[in-house]
Write a protein of this length. Structure first.
Lengths: 252, 237
């Protein structure tokens, strides 16, 4: 039997993956082949050194604060930016410009934003907060304008015949209809930002990542372990809490 | 005097004729129903008449004057009613009065006493006062229809265009809504142009019925003359 178009597509995808792996010299078995190093790292990580307890606590608080401030600023700016980017609300030249802006903000990962911002504003959490804000504004803005554009067309028709202005349409239709999605989205972005904030310290932009990279680089795996464990616990807790809250929001 | 006249309206989309040299006029104060099979162009006709869609050619007159959006003579109830489900009944009704308020009042939601009392009076007439703080998404089909009517009436329109206003209701609920609506409409001297699928409703609540087929008015019949055969003819076409 001749393979279908669907099967050809899958065969092509598998071949591309194999080709890319060969090109990069990727061998998944290398993690097993050199078990010596893996065992040493795991053993040392399990020797928790809790002398860093106070630092874990304060750096964790800093990470959470960075995530909270960064995601809130980014999310707040994404609401009007998405209004300006939505084709059903803004003139085409305005929406094209804002789609471009949100696209740029979103396509640069937070870690890269952090590297750039550390150069501009210096080391510390300010760079991290700004990196999170910019990325979240792009991510949230893209999601929001798609929500705005998929809203009930007849409500917009009714507003146009009434003679409502763009601002009035945004105030009375676009934003209220998007509110339940926004609550959901904010919670998701907050938990996402906690994960992102935890690695920004790698480039000196504040948060728990700074201590993780510092202890890993100085081969103090036992000291790095409590930081990793703390971020793991907080991320899981945030994920659990935000899922619960989002379910509650949907039911209301 | 004619409240609304459409002269030689043509609308072509992707080389397909949606409205084909359509001419019609609706006398002031009358109620006219447009009936026709699915895809005949009923909704498009109302969208053109309301100014939402610009015709390829032809002219629209409201009370003898060429159509101008700033005249604000029209109220429009779209097919899905166009309500904002996340807002309460009162705010949905007030949306109809936005155009009459200063912009800052409309945006901040600080309405004048007169507008608020008009909204209350309409909600009372339409028997939805007790629902004023309820989110529209929680209402039944009939209640939503009444909110849409109140939102349109507070605009103080001279003409109302209503697209399949009672489509989601059973016959009894449709009659209840239409009874209240007709009473207020007559009191306010409003001209009504609506589309319906139900010949019974058309017969009860309109003076004339226009039969629209393939974007053309095929017949204009007094509603009293609507028979079972008319309905069968319509839906077999």
């Amino acid at each position: 039997m001749k393979p279908s178009r669907f099967q050809y597509t899958w065969i092509a995808i598998v071949l591309i993956i194999i080709g890319s792996s060969v090109h990069l010299g990727f061998n998944p078995l290398s993690i097993i082949k050199d078990t010596g190093n893996s065992v040493v790292i795991v053993e040392e990580l399990l020797e928790f050194d809790f002398s860093v307890g106070e630092k874990v606590l304060w750096s964790l608080i800093e990470t959470l604060e960075m995530a909270l401030i960064g995601s809130s600023i980014g999310f707040a700016f994404s609401i009007p930016a998405a209004l300006l980017a939505a084709r059903n609300i803004s003139p085409s030249y305005v929406s094209a410009a804002f789609r471009g802006l949100l696209g740029i903000l979103w396509s640069i990962p937070p870690l890269l934003w952090a590297i750039l911002l550390v150069v501009i504003v210096g080391l510390g959490p300010t760079a991290g907060i700004l990196a999170i804000s910019l990325y979240i504004m792009g991510l949230s803005g893209k999601y929001l304008y798609e929500i705005y554009e998929s809203q009930n067309v007849s409500a917009y028709d009714a507003m146009h015949v009434i003679g409502a202005t763009r601002m009035q349409i945004a105030r009375f239709v676009t934003i209220p209809e998007a509110l339940p999605h926004m609550g959901n989205q904010y919670l998701f972005l907050l938990s996402y930002s906690v994960r992102e904030s935890s690695i920004l310290g790698l480039v000196g932009a504040g948060g728990i990542g700074f201590y993780i990279i510092h202890h890993l680089e100085s081969l103090n795996y036992g000291k790095a372990a409590p930081f990793i464990l703390a971020i793991l616990a907080v991320t899981l807790a945030m994920d659990y809490a935000s899922t619960k809250l989002r379910k509650k929001l949907v039911h209301n | 005097m004619d409240a609304i006249s459409l002269n030689s309206i043509r609308l072509t989309i992707n080389e397909k004729k949606i409205l084909d040299n359509l001419t019609m006029s609706i006398p002031q104060g009358s109620a006219v129903t447009i009936m026709g099979p699915n895809g005949a162009g009923k909704t498009t006709l109302l969208r053109v008449a309301s100014g939402l869609v610009r015709p390829t050619s032809g002219e629209i007159y409201l009370f003898g004057k060429k159509f101008d959006k700033n005249q604000r003579l029209l109220g429009y109830i779209p097919q899905n009613l166009g309500l904002v489900g996340e807002l309460d009944v009162f705010t949905n009704v007030m949306i109809g009065a936005l155009r009459r308020m200063p912009r800052w009042r409309a945006i901040s939601g600080t309405y004048t006493k007169d507008t608020v009392s008009e909204a209350y009076s309409l909600m009372y007439d339409l028997k939805i006062s007790h629902l004023k703080d309820t989110k529209v998404k929680k209402l039944s089909g009939g209640e939503k229809q009444r909110v849409a009517i109140a939102r349109t009436l507070i605009q103080k329109p001279s003409i109302i265009l209503a697209d399949e206003m009672t489509a989601s209701l059973d016959f009894k609920a449709a009659v209840t809504v239409m009874d209240i609506f007709t009473e207020i409409k007559e009191k306010m001297g409003i001209t009504l142009l609506m589309t319906h699928h139900n010949p019974e409703i058309a017969k009860m609540y309109s003076d004339n019925v226009l039969i629209l087929i393939n974007g053309k008015i095929e017949k204009n019949i007094p509603s009293k003359e609507i028979t079972k055969e008319t309905a069968e003819y319509l839906y077999e076409t």
